[in-house]
Design a protein around this ligand. Structure first.
Ligand code: FAD
Length: 423
């Protein structure tokens, strides 16, 4: 019986995925504990883009107003060519909100993480830090985790939300992170330190040969967020020490003045090498299931990584709630099966599209010009390629909309990516 366990659900990892799933399950009345390896709950990094498929869930959780208060609702998203600065295509985010019923938002990572942390506290989630999980095991009626310090904990089910380097994933597949040879530099700084006028009503993306640059406002416009991403020549040459700041300036040397003005503001003491993993379609083993980056770490070109993690927890909690009997018992295997019937395929689509999208952004020569022609031809108010992402999160495979892209993704060569493997 469920009461044989101190909690119903153990969640490993207190990132955005783990905490949002903990909240989703706790608000269904479950007893939930989160085990986080760090000494404190927190997030490093800068901004996050949160599309309507996620603000819809924040609304369902009663957390959207708080998020809106801390974030920014930009009016447009504009993609430009990084070399000549010309506009390629745009989304009208005011109209997009009308289309999908929920806004497109940008928010500081630590603010979104904090919203879920406070919501977990209010919902009575048991939040444990300094707890690194090193092993997992199914038992007759539940699952057990082994902590690095020798402690053991158990629950009816264990959700592993332990990120890109997931230990739990090894139960299911023997794979490694795939290096893209690209690296991201970030900066989030007070607007006074920017030293020039920047239009914070837009999310701006400049795409260029082997590089791109993203810029938007945070905290009601009090901060500017920038991301500068480029392919590292040292990574391609097989050098260990790749993605270092000396490569940053070279990578953006041929970009337009608007992009170049942003580069000196980038943080230079920290950078993020970009890895994803090949999609996997099995996320569960008995009473243990993967969630978030542990299951589906993407390249960030679709800006859906954290969103997919939040969707995972929402979908799982809905299936758990639908399978609870009057005596409170839950058909856990049914709930996990329903989760696994719908989420891996959606995330597989996002992961593969993100790879292709990245290749498309970074084209050079004639291919770049062809891309620009295709993007310029897109009607601003044509939402056929965002419907499958920004529409309501599917609870069943039947609800999952067909995938559509205005760009023939098959024509973009992503075959080389899998060869550039490096842990
Ligand atoms: P993580 O955030 O990695 O959290 C895992 C947690 O588990 C951590 O707290 C870790 O300490 C803990 N942990 C790990 N191992 C153990 C263990 N053994 N025991 C206990 N605890 C453990 N996504 C978007 O939606 N929108 C964006 O605009 C966006 N932009 C991005 C830009 C960049 C440059 C990058 C790199 C990513 C971006 N993403 C974006 C993706 C997003 O950041 C991730 O997909 C998301 O943070 C994953 O959340 P998670 O909770 O699954 O994993």
């Amino acid at each position: 019986s469920p009461s044989a366990y101190p909690v119903d659900v153990l969640i490993v990892g207190g990132g955005i995925g783990g905490l949002s799933a903990a909240f989703a399950l706790a608000r269904e009345g479950l007893r939930v504990r989160v085990l986080e390896q760090a000494r404190e709950f927190g997030e490093v990094g800068a901004g996050l883009q949160i599309a309507p498929n996620c603000t819809r869930i924040l609304h369902d959780y009663g957390l959207l107003d708080e998020a809106k208060h801390l974030g920014v609702l930009p009016k447009s998203m504009v993609m430009r060519d990084a070399v000549d600065g010309s506009e390629l295509t745009r989304l009208d985010l005011v109209d997009l909100e009308r289309e999908y019923g929920f806004p497109y938002m940008v928010i500081h990572r630590s603010d979104l993480h904090g919203i879920f942390l406070r919501a977990c506290r209010r919902a009575g989630v048991d939040l444990i830090t300094d707890a690194r999980v090193s092993g997992y095991e199914n038992t007759v009626s539940g699952a057990r985790v082994l902590l690095a310090d020798g402690r053991v904990d158990k629950a009816r089910i264990v959700i592993a939300a332990d990120g890109l380097h997931s230990v739990a994933r090894r139960l299911l597949v023997d794979d490694e992170p795939v290096s893209s040879s690209y690296v991201a530099y970030r900066a989030a700084l007070p607007i006074e330190q920017v030293g020039r006028d920047v239009d914070l009503s837009e999310v701006s993306v400049h795409v260029g040969p082997r590089c791109h640059f993203v810029r938007y406002g945070l905290r009601g416009g009090a901060m500017l967020n920038q991301v500068a991403v480029f392919q590292s020549p040292k990574a391609l040459a097989g050098e260990e020490d790749w993605g270092t700041p000396d490569e940053l300036d070279d990578a953006f040397a041929a970009t337009c003045p608007d992009v170049q003005a942003g580069i000196p503001l980038m943080w230079r003491d920290r950078w993020w090498r970009m890895f994803d993993r090949d999609p996997i379609m099995t996320w569960g083993d008995g009473g243990i299931a993967l969630l978030g980056d542990a299951a589906h770490p993407p390249l960030q070109y679709m800006a859906q990584g954290a969103i997919m993690a939040i969707e995972d927890g929402w979908v799982l909690a809905k299936h758990v709630a639908a399978r609870r009997a009057e005596d409170g018992s839950i058909d856990w295997q049914g709930a996990l099966a329903a989760y696994e019937a719908v989420r891996p395929e959606h995330c597989r689509r996002v992961l593969t599209t993100a790879r292709a999208w990245g290749e498309l952004w970074h084209l050079d020569g004639v291919a770049r010009l062809q891309r620009n022609t295709l993007l310029r031809a897109r009607d601003t108010y044509d939402y056929s390629f965002t419907d499958w992402i920004y529409g309501p999160t599917a609870l069943t495979p039947e609800e999952e909309p067909p995938m559509f892209s205005p760009i023939p993704l098959d024509s973009v060569d992503v075959s080389g990516l899998a060869d550039r493997v490096e842990a």
